[in-house]
Design a protein around this ligand. Structure first.
Ligand code: UTP
Length: 234
């Protein structure tokens, strides 16, 4: 009898954390459509996109904090706003994207099996969309994790204070962890990369890059291999 060996096939997946700064009161149809079109133009690579909460999330979190809400509930609020942002992208992508916003890691993994673009928001309280994205990169076995944010990458000093601050081409996980020491971990204030994200990147050696969330940057980085921003090496 002929034995059938099933060839294992792993899709080439890229996880993209899309900064919440893309979404907000001033976001218009054209902008969301441009991001959606960019994601659907990507060939032979399956984008798994996590949208951030942005200013609206922070506004709601600040309001609820002043009303007496605890941190876990504030995180849940942030997650819900990030899911609303994800829904905007989903509205523009229509049937090019998996039709449901996954609510946990296993749902993300299942959604990825569809082969379609997957759009999600936050998943668990106590972390940022960066940490969530790193965990997603792990569970979908992504070849890369792009953290598309509102800055160009990681600088050797604060560019808002120091005019001569230099953008780093690479940084190690350990150096990132040192930069993070003493940072706050309250709802709405998780930074560029948090400890959970860095630990996940380190343990699974996920090739990670921080870059500004401009359409051409994201597309070039995925399709043309042009190195933009800062690479985190584990
Ligand atoms: P983020 O702070 O990650 O979104 O999520 P953002 O606006 O994209 O951030 P940056 O500045 O562009 O990187 C908003 C808030 O939602 C909660 C946290 O309180 C977070 O600060 N959140 C998000 C979670 O608790 N868990 C998640 O998985 C995601």
């Amino acid at each position: 009898m002929v034995e059938h060996h099933r060839k294992s096939y792993t899709a080439n997946r890229v996880v993209i954390k899309l900064s919440g700064s893309i979404f907000g009161e001033d976001t218009n149809e054209r902008k969301i459509r441009a991001y959606a079109d960019m994601f659907s133009s990507i060939k032979e690579i399956q984008p798994i996109v996590i949208s951030g909460g942005g200013r609206i999330a922070r506004h709601y979190i600040d309001l609820a904090r002043s009303l007496g809400s605890d941190e876990a509930n504030l995180d849940i609020m942030g997650i819900n706003v990030s899911r609303l942002n994800a829904r905007l992208l989903l509205a523009a992508l229509q049937d090019k994207a998996y039709p449901k916003i996954p609510k946990d890691l296993e749902e993300v993994a299942l959604a990825a099996e569809s082969g379609k673009i997957v759009i999600t928001g936050g998943l668990h309280p106590g972390q940022s969309t960066n940490a969530t994205s790193a965990l997603i990169a792990e569970i979908v076995n992504a070849s890369r994790f792009l953290n598309a944010t509102d800055v160009d990458g990681i600088y050797d000093s604060d560019p808002n204070i120091n005019n001569n601050a230099k953008l780093l081409k690479t940084i190690t996980v350990q150096q990132c962890l040192r930069l993070l020491e003493g940072e706050s971990s309250m709802a709405g204030t998780y930074d560029l990369m948090d400890i959970v994200a860095l630990k996940v990147i380190e343990r699974s050696k996920i090739p990670t890059r921080i870059l500004k969330a401009e359409i051409s940057n994201i597309l070039n980085s995925i399709q043309s291999g042009i190195q933009i921003g800062t690479e985190i090496v584990s």
